[in-house]
Design a protein around this ligand. Sequence first.
Ligand code: PSU
Ligand code: MN
Length: 308
Amino acid sequence: MPPSNFTISYEIGRALNLSLPVVALESTVVTHGLPRPQNLALAHDMESTIREEGAVPATIGVLKGKVCIGMSEGALDELANDPRPRKISQRDFATAAIKSENGGTTVAGTMFAAHQAGIKVFATGGIGGVHKESPFDVSTDLQALASIPMIVVCAGAKAILDLPATLEVLETMAVPVVGYQTEAFPAFYSRDSGLKASVKLDTPEEIVKLAQAHWEIGMRSAILVAQPVPSGDEIPKSEMDYYILQASHEAIKNETRGQELTPFLLQRISELTNGRSLRTNLALLLNNARLAAQIAKTMALMERRRNI
Ligand code: PSU
Ligand code: MN
């Protein structure tokens, strides 16, 4: 039973009861990651992509302090247009609850809420990680990946992060990092970070098998699936490195820290690339929604076969 502070939409509750495929979606990308009006359009496009693949989308967010598993058109609209929504990671649910605030859930916040509701597959853009600017800024996303059994589909970690350090922490936290149809760990805007994933897998079936084997032996960490952005939409690393360095310098100069750091860097990079990074961001989000839906469908099918 999910906590009393949760509202699960009828469609999602029904799908979970019938063991139909469900894919969780985060909402910090809507409240803090993308500018208006692309944020709301993207939220709808991700949901449609998941439906086209035959799964049920579960966008997760917080409205007036309540955790919504599945958001109506009106609820999404309210969240996307809130002038000061809270960025909600695991520590922030209670704060939002007692203050009746609206907020977008991060990767960590979404994983936590999705798990409470019984959802096993989640699509996002890029996970948080270890920042370059301040040594103790390590995203709660890594903590969540360490402790919540779920398949998380992303395009790698944002190149604004210290990627070698981020991969080291994922190793320490016992999180398998799957390169989807690649040996490389992708860097969000670019297909290759120059670093390696821990395993290369080529199909949704292989990913579900890995997750089942991981959890069956008693592990409780997540499986992180890193799918490179489609080549047509990629910005090569050599080009990105310059913009990232510039945005990172500005963050240090302005003393931008804590929860503000990731949104600041993303927005500056979008400005520095004249919106090109924004198009890349949108393309990889939709690509990840599609793969996550295929994984959820495969998982539902394989679980059904097991139970016969
Ligand atoms: N990827 C994006 N845009 C975003 C984020 C990721 O393209 O806005 C968000 C995710 O919700 C992620 C969060 O969980 O940034 C990480 O923030 P922090 O570094 O403060 O933990
Ligand atoms: Mn942080």
